[in-house]
Design a binder for this molecule. Structure first.
Ligand code: MD3
Ligand code: FE
Length: 200
């Protein structure tokens, strides 16, 4: 059962123990080796402060032409496979009948943030989105299904897993800031967030 539920968002505090976090970190090092991090461009032509890459059938990509899922890294190669440890978290908390198509890897250094947005580039909002936090703590903000309106915030720590399904699937959410130095998991500090999604 979730540790707590905030506006329909289910939060599993400390779902991954230290050893599982280290194994995931090491598997992601291989993903980043095969699919280097890049800074997506916003429609305004300013790069996002979060660096990204993906694993799976599709990766999320943004440039001045907009946001979309694409089958290849910007360097031309297909995205690497989603690590087995990551798929196991999805099977345990979401479904063993369908695997996710995309594992988006977001990397936050000190000062990086993600503005309030909805995740609506997927074909079927019936599938939840699952998020895994690794490394430094992050201040996660959730609102409602329309822009503006009241919001609530919660700190996410390393090993926490969040599942957004049902009415929560289309809520506005973002990351206001990270707390530098709060975790020793990642050499050089910072935070990694994985989001798993069914795309098509
Ligand atoms: C609530 N990432 O990649 S994960 C994203 O920590 C994104 O990097 C943030 O938002 C991060 O799109 C937040 C938590 C999350 C992810 C998807 C959601 C919360 C969500 C979809 C619907 C509602
Ligand atoms: Fe999002």
């Amino acid at each position: 059962d979730p540790t707590l539920t905030l506006r329909g968002v289910h939060i599993y505090k400390g779902w991954l123990d230290g050893g599982a976090q280290e194994a995931l970190r090491d598997a992601l090092r291989e993903v980043v080796r095969q699919a280097p991090l890049f800074s997506p461009m916003t429609p305004y032509g300013k790069p996002m402060s979060v660096r990204m890459t993906s694993a799976g059938k599709y990766g999320w990509y943004a440039d001045r032409g907009g946001y979309r899922y694409v089958p290849r890294h910007p360097d031309g190669q297909p995205w690497p496979p989603i690590p087995e440890d990551v798929l196991a978290i999805w099977r345990d908390l979401v479904s063993d009948r369908r695997a996710p198509d995309c594992c988006l890897v977001n990397v936050y250094r000190e000062g990086a943030k993600m503005g309030m947005h909805q995740d609506r580039d997927e074909a079927d909002f019936g599938w939840p989105v699952l998020s895994v936090s690794l490394g430094d703590d992050a201040l996660f903000r959730v609102g409602g299904t329309t822009r503006g309106g009241k919001t609530e915030s919660i700190w996410l720590g390393s090993g926490d897993v969040v599942v957004m399904g049902g009415d929560a699937r289309l809520i506005y959410h973002g990351i206001d800031r990270i707390r530098p130095g709060s975790s020793a998991l990642l050499k050089g500090g910072g935070r990694i967030n994985l989001t798993l999604r069914v795309v098509d």
